[in-house]
Design a protein around this ligand. Structure first.
Ligand code: URA
Length: 212
């Protein structure tokens, strides 16, 4: 597994505003969108391309285009939805699949409650988006899901990661597949409720409000 932390002053500035508890949902959503666009630039560095011949007004030239099969962007419901537009803005030809995952409070294992993905992902480059890599349980299950269906590689795009979650991911994924994690920052630790410290709170609630 490879880790890339986006080290850029714009990312650091926007992340600080995002973390601030005084930042209200409309601004929070806007900042997530902007941050994801910056992260998507890094995350797509190895997207598969092929030569493409075109004519400019003055000459023929061989350029580049994104190759088939098209990349697949997979937001993990619900908070991952807040990152979808930022990803597809840079990858407008990507297909979008959905994964709904929830922790079973008894077994503490991630359970898939919704899945809208092709059964066969052979050769597909997949971009999993979820704002918070906390314990890593959900992302391990999601990566497993994609690799078992034949994904060529998986790039996980998160706003924040906890060192504990990265370690869990590293152990679970090992060299089973080509997995890359792109984050805006790696925070200090998890608290006793598995919240990232200092973090930004509950990403889903801050994006969409608290739903009882
Ligand atoms: N999920 C969140 O939304 N926030 C955290 O800090 C951890 C998991």
């Amino acid at each position: 597994m490879r880790l890339h932390v986006a080290d850029h002053p714009l990312v650091a500035h926007k992340l600080t505003v995002l973390r601030n508890k005084e930042t209200a949902s409309p601004t929070f959503r806007l900042l997530v969108d902007e941050l994801v666009t910056l992260l998507a630039y890094e995350a797509t560095r190895e997207v598969a391309t092929e030569p493409h011949t075109i004519s400019t007004p003055v000459a023929e030239t061989i350029g580049t285009r994104i190759a088939d099969p098209r990349p697949l962007v997979v937001p993990i419901l619900r908070a991952g939805l807040g990152m979808l537009d930022g990803m597809t803005r840079l990858l407008p030809t990507a297909e979008v699949g959905f994964l709904g995952m929830q922790r079973n409070e008894e077994t503490l294992e991630a359970v898939t409650y919704a899945n809208r993905l092709p059964d066969d992902l052979t050769g597909r480059q997949c971009f999993l988006v979820d704002p918070m890599l906390a314990t890593g349980g959900t992302l391990v299950a999601a990566i497993d899901f994609l690799l078992k269906r034949g994904a060529r590689d998986v790039t996980v795009v998160c706003l924040l990661a906890a060192p504990e979650g990265l370690e869990v991911l590293e152990k679970a994924v090992g060299d089973r597949g080509d997995v890359k994690v792109v984050v805006a920052a790696v925070d200090e630790r998890l608290d006793e409720n598995a919240y990232i410290i200092p973090g930004l709170g509950d990403a889903g609630d801050r994006l969409y409000g608290v739903v009882d």
